[in-house]
Design a protein around this ligand. Structure first.
Ligand SMILES: [Fe+2]
Length: 194
């Protein structure tokens, strides 16, 4: 698998992700909230067809571009069942998607927002954490639908994943762009307090 972590001028240091299978040249993007043309250009440069758009949660800075990506690429949009996102496929905990041979698993992880999903690519040790977990921080729980106790449970669940799991957060709020679950258990005060 190859992966690009892209700053596409989102609302607030948002990360946009593009990942794909190198031999199949088929991939997915996560939370296209920035410049969609730049995202598609990045895919075209790599010769990659975007097959799926994975939405972690419904906040506008993560969803601003999904309709445009769908329109321009024909990709299918995935979001949590109950989400206000106009998805093609509604996922729940344990739902799996095959993206050019890459298996993407949905972890229902509410707390920051009631319909939040983390997308886990177990075989590649990759986890897209949306606004649940940042590098040395966590998402807000005080927005509408937020719940700090629910969020703690979701964070506990992430803490049980293998230490080597790479954390790809929804925002560039940390001292570096990505981390690991093991490192976050050491350095993230919210993870340490679980
Ligand atoms: Fe959010």
């Amino acid at each position: 698998m190859r992966l690009l972590q892209l700053d596409l001028g989102g609302f607030d240091s948002n990360w946009n992700y593009l990942f794909w299978d190198e031999s199949m040249k088929v991939g997915g993007c996560v939370d296209p909230g920035g410049d969609v043309d730049a995202l598609i250009a990045a895919a075209n440069t790599e010769g990659v067809k975007i097959q799926y758009v994975f939405i972690t949660h419904g906040h506008f800075d993560h969803t601003g571009g999904y309709q445009e990506v769908r329109k321009k690429t024909g990709a299918k949009v995935v979001a949590h069942t109950g989400s206000q996102v106009k998805a093609d496929e509604y996922a729940d905990d344990g739902s799996k998607y095959n993206v050019g041979g890459i298996e993407v698993e949905c972890l229902f992880t509410p707390g920051h927002e009631p319909h939040h999903i983390c997308y886990y690519i177990r075989k590649e040790n990759a986890l897209f954490t949306g606004d649940l977990l940042f590098v040395d921080g966590v998402g807000r729980a005080d927005l509408p639908g937020g719940d700090v106790d629910v969020m703690r449970k979701s964070l506990k669940r992430l803490a049980q994943l293998p230490d080597g799991t790479i954390v790809y957060p929804g925002h560039d709020y940390g001292w570096r762009p990505s981390s690991t679950i093991g490192e976050q258990k050491q350095t993230n005060p919210y993870m340490a307090l679980l």
